[in-house]
Design a protein. Structure first.
Length: 615
């Protein structure tokens, strides 16, 4: 009889939570959006260990296992991206194993309740093994490892709102169908999107919250992405939704849920901060010299949000940060790519239904083989050897299916390089890889008459490394999989006409304060474009000496400029790039421009000297 009752309870939850969510949304206009009354003063203890209201009755406990920014890392990330203070870490098979280990440890400690929660960006900007199948593999492994709840992140919107809904509810891709032949059921866990609302009816596009009961004590989980998401995803896919203020949205839900008797809340939010050196190396569970947007968000939160699981910055930390009451909330982040898991333990008062205390520790998802001397084993090519004993077999079955399917494409040699070509910004804002990609896109659109190409630095996700990778290619050879990891978004390549004056406005919009730009972003220029900028000049007058192929630009002249469609649609705040005319699309995607340029090679690192920066 236990199994039917459990099934009935799950069905009831699936029906009740959406119904309650609609009711809460209806009440939101009645909720105050300002700071809540300071009813409970919380006293901070040691770092990552917060004490809340004084308990008045018996307590119960729960474990929250948190991570963020998984980005479809089915395989353990290579190089420094897979190292936590020298320890090789990450990958889906190993993440699942460590989640199981931590759940078992909590049970041994007498903790009966455990939920696994994610703070966004599980999909999007993913390696080819996931991206080639529209990130269905990432969702399948997250389902299998027992994720319970997730917020949306900005990358959940990379392919637009309709595709995000398919990821949630399932179904074959509208263009590519069910590529693996066995259908796609969607995420078993709810994606929460409290601050993403339809422009037409003002309702959230997905559930705004869900509720878990820990021995009868309700805890609400509210999930959201950063308000700035529209500036960092392709505008074409999100034109019918609004991204609301994080603090106002969180507090409105806290107020209404509080009216319903829910006194303990967890915020899953895709926004974060970072520790900074000294000390070095940084403590994965530390909070040294902490700063970032999440500090101001937490500062405005209703104190019912005792725990905040954050993300977006790809950094690790566990912090006590002051909320609107002046006391502290527990704030965590687990880096990226499944390299860490945050083990959060909370106690709840059964009488008051409030948090009593909360603590957090970031645990490294070790995946290597440790030698007797304490070092980590490497193969002949210098790559870390993964420990098969730490790989979860059920995740390996899923991962191997997609690895086999994508291998012919991923391991195909597409060209070569003469040395490391990195996406690390130089002092002038260029990177050697940014130069190469811009040159590649200019060459790719030469037949359309393109004269200039510009690339957004945020679209360059990894460096091209000369050493061979596990694909087995020789040093210097580049596989399609490596090229795709550099440019994983499948952006289109677009050529448009601009006047010289418009091009100057585009370059001025790289800097804060011009054309609504809020973050400095230096576009990567092709060799045909050179200019100077002054860091100290006023917004709108920073750029000078613009030349195309050595000839000063004519403000009244017309020039053909190539970008990806993300930029052409105004992404990264470059609204001036949406003003071009005569738009022409090149065949294929931006990664095709890069692979064509690398063939046969070798291609040298870009010179990094196209932009001159002066004080």
């Amino acid at each position: 009889m236990a199994q039917p009752r459990a099934r009935a309870w799950r069905i009831a939850q699936h029906l009740a939570v959406p119904t309650l969510a609609v009711a809460v949304v209806a009440l939101l206009p009645l909720a105050k959006s300002g700071a809540p009354e300071q009813t409970d003063r919380w006293t901070p203890l040691t770092p990552a260990n917060v004490s809340f209201a004084q308990k008045t009755g018996p307590t119960t406990s729960a474990q929250l296992l948190g991570f963020n920014d998984f980005h479809g890392n089915i395989d353990a990330p290579l190089g420094s991206g897979g190292l936590i203070n020298g320890t090789p870490a990450g990958g889906a098979e190993y993440l699942s194993t460590w989640l199981t280990k931590l759940r078992d440890a909590a049970k041994a400690d007498g903790v009966r309740n455990s939920d696994t929660v994610v703070a966004g960006d599980s999909i999007g900007a993913t390696p080819l093994v996931s991206a080639a199948f529209h990130d269905e593999p990432a969702i399948e492994v997250l389902n299998a490892m027992g994720v319970d709840i997730s917020s949306v992140g900005n990358h959940e919107f990379d392919e637009g709102v309709d595709e995000l809904k398919r990821i949630q509810f399932g179904g074959c891709h509208p263009v590519d169908g069910c590529q693996d032949g066995d259908g796609f059921a969607g995420a078993k866990f709810p994606y929460l999107a409290a601050n993403v609302t339809n422009k037409s009816n003002k309702l959230p596009i997905l559930l705004p919250f869900t509720i878990k009961f820990y021995d009868g004590v309700p805890v609400a989980y509210v999930g959201m992405t950063l308000e700035g998401t529209p500036s960092i995803v392709n505008p074409a896919g999100i034109k019918n939704v609004d991204f609301r203020d994080e603090v106002q949205t969180a507090n409105q839900y806290a107020t209404v849920l509080g009216w319903l008797g829910i006194k303990s809340m967890v915020l899953l939010i895709h926004e974060g901060g970072l520790q900074s050196s000294p000390p070095a190396p940084l403590d994965p569970s530390g909070c040294a010299n902490f700063a970032g947007p999440i500090t101001d968000i937490v500062k405005g939160l209703n104190p019912a949000y005792g725990v905040v699981v954050s993300g977006h910055t790809h950094r690790f930390y566990t912090c006590e940060l002051p909320n609107s009451s002046g006391a502290n909330s527990l704030v965590t982040s687990a880096g990226t790519a499944g390299t860490l898991v945050t083990d959060i333990r909370v106690s709840l008062d059964k009488k008051t239904r409030k948090f009593v205390d909360a603590s957090a520790t970031n645990v490294i998802v070790e995946n290597g083989v440790k030698l007797a001397d304490g070092t980590w084993q490497k193969d002949a090519a210098g790559n870390f050897v993964r420990n098969p004993a730490l790989a979860d077999p059920k995740i390996k079955v899923i991962a191997d299916k997609y690895r086999v399917a994508v291998a012919p494409l991923a391991n195909k040699i597409v060209g070569s390089i003469s040395g490391d070509i990195t996406n690390i910004a130089l002092a002038n804002g260029e990177s050697t890889l940014g130069d190469v990609i811009a040159d590649a896109q200019l060459k790719y659109t030469a037949s359309a008459g393109a004269q200039i190409a510009l690339m957004n630095p945020g679209g360059i996700r990894q460096s091209l490394i000369y050493a061979n990778s596990p694909g087995g290619e020789a040093p210097g050879q580049v596989t399609y999989g490596e090229a795709f990891t550099v440019q994983p978004f499948n952006n289109l390549v677009v050529t448009q006409s601009f006047t010289g004056a418009q091009i100057k406005d585009v370059l001025e919009q790289q800097f804060v304060g011009f054309g609504g730009q809020t973050v400095q972003r230096i576009l990567q220029p092709s060799a045909s474009l050179t200019y100077t900028y002054s860091a100290s000049a006023a917004a709108g007058s920073k750029v000078s000496n613009i030349a195309v192929n050595g000839t000063p630009i004519d403000p009244a002249g017309t020039y053909l400029v190539t970008t990806n469609d993300f930029l052409a649609n105004g992404g990264d705040g470059f609204t001036n790039l949406s003003l071009g005319t005569g738009r022409v699309y090149a065949p294929g995607f931006d990664v095709d421009a890069l692979t064509a340029y690398l063939t046969p090679g070798p291609v040298a690192p870009g010179p990094g000297n196209r932009i001159t920066k002066i004080a």
